[in-house]
Write a protein that binds this ligand. Structure first.
Ligand code: FES
Ligand code: FES
Length: 391
């Protein structure tokens, strides 16, 4: 039998000052600052959420600047002064922040709180005035899953005012006692990259007698003949739809399922329906209903689409999409216009990108289930893009 041999990696000593105490730990090159704080020094107030720099739960002060302990290699901290949430006892600003967090109900489970406090203290020390927009912007790297940000932002604003009232000056620009980390080239944040073709050019969403009614106009860079042929093939359409799987169909009826995940709520809607296409008008209609396996949610809806030639371009098409649906049960809580709009645009974007790829002779990009996390990220990205385009 062959045994797997894992090569041992030499450990090296790293000396640093943690909460005013000199510490030396022996670590491998890949050990992170978060690991030495939690596993070597038992400072478990530094929390780990995403471990990829997104949530900010692991934020600690390194040489007076907030840094992500999950992304910082321990060996790069040689000689650094590190302050964790345990080390701020008796620190005036931190004590004021703790009191303000308590007063403003700025924490619930408290998981994000150590990282929030580190960032908050930096803001209180650095910002001249209590500018809410700036605070919200600078706090955007710290995520709170349960409390929301109103209490946190209010706490920071109040402590900035308290600091000013005490006549303490702000520090202004961050201290840079240590060389900033290098090694990564600048990159565009993912959030500004389109995850799919910018398919949806216009549309509305209304609620009529309990039904959500969505209208969209979708551009596809292929001729209307090609697009209609594709849209007339139910297997091809289902393959391009994220999360959808066709179990069986004949000329007018189908059975299948579609998977949706809203954070902890995952639903697999199994259903059936009817469809028809009209070659003369190039109009297709689909109606169906489905229930998720746990029986906690049900959805019914009707979809219609019309494929037409794009004006002035015989090699491009426009598809008018109309979707009317209602959701009952636990997923009904997500039936809000903003989420529905984002949901529809996300699905259409992925769907059109898949259609485009297939019609260009390529392969399906992927057919994962629909994830609310991805969807919400796309909604936020869309809002940010709109904001930046306006300014
Ligand atoms: S654990 Fe470090 S940013 Fe999330
Ligand atoms: S208080 Fe629970 S995550 Fe922020």
């Amino acid at each position: 039998m062959n045994a797997t041999v894992t090569p041992s990696v030499a450990k090296q000593p790293v000396s640093l000052i943690v909460n005013n105490m000199p510490e030396t730990v022996h670590v491998t090159p890949r050990t992170t600052l978060a690991e030495i704080l939690r596993d070597h020094l038992d400072l478990t107030g530094t929390h780990l959420g995403c471990e990829q720099g997104v949530c900010g739960a692991c934020t600690v002060m390194v040489d007076g600047r907030p840094e992500r302990a999950c992304l910082t290699f321990a060996v790069s901290c040689e000689g650094a002064a590190v302050e964790t949430v345990e080390g701020f006892k008796g620190d005036d600003l931190m004590d004021r922040l703790r009191a303000a967090f308590h007063r403003n109900h700025a924490l619930q489970c408290g998981f994000c709180t150590p990282g929030m406090l580190a960032t908050a203290r930096d803001l209180v020390e650095r910002l001249d005035t209590a500018d809410e927009v700036r605070i919200r912007n600078e706090l955007s790297g710290n995520l709170c899953r349960c409390t929301g940000y109103v209490g946190i932002v209010n706490s920071i604003m109040q402590v900035i005012e308290e600091r000013r009232a005490c006549g303490l000056p702000c520090t202004g620009t961050p201290r840079l006692d240590r060389a900033p980390p290098t090694g990564f080239a600048p990159f565009d944040a993912d959030i500004f990259k389109q995850p799919s073709a910018p398919a949806v050019s216009s549309g509305t969403m209304t609620v009529e007698n309990g039904w959500s009614v969505v209208k969209r106009e979708v551009a596809i860079n292929h001729s209307s003949d090609t697009v209609w042929a594709h849209f007339s093939d139910l297997d091809a359409v289902a393959a391009c739809l994220p999360g959808a799987k066709l179990a069986q169909h004949d000329d007018s009826t189908f059975e299948g399922h579609i998977s949706v995940a809203f954070g902890p709520i995952a639903a697999k809607f199994e259903g059936e329906g009817t469809y028809k296409t009209d070659d003369s008008t190039r109009i297709g209609t689909v109606s169906g209903r489905g229930k998720d396996r746990g029986g906690q949610s049900a959805v019914e809806g009707e979809l219609s689409y019309t494929v037409r030639r794009a004006q002035g371009n015989p090699d491009a098409s426009v598809v008018d999409v109309g979707f009317r649906f209602r959701i009952q049960g636990i997923l009904g809580q997500f039936n809000r216009p903003e989420l529905v709009n984002g949901f529809v645009d996300y699905i259409l974007g992925e769907f059109v990108a898949n259609c485009d790829s297939v019609l260009s002779g390529g392969e399906l990009r992927y057919n994962k289930g629909i994830s609310a996390f991805t969807m919400i990220r796309v909604i936020i990205a869309g809002k940010l893009r709109a904001l930046f385009q306006r300014s």
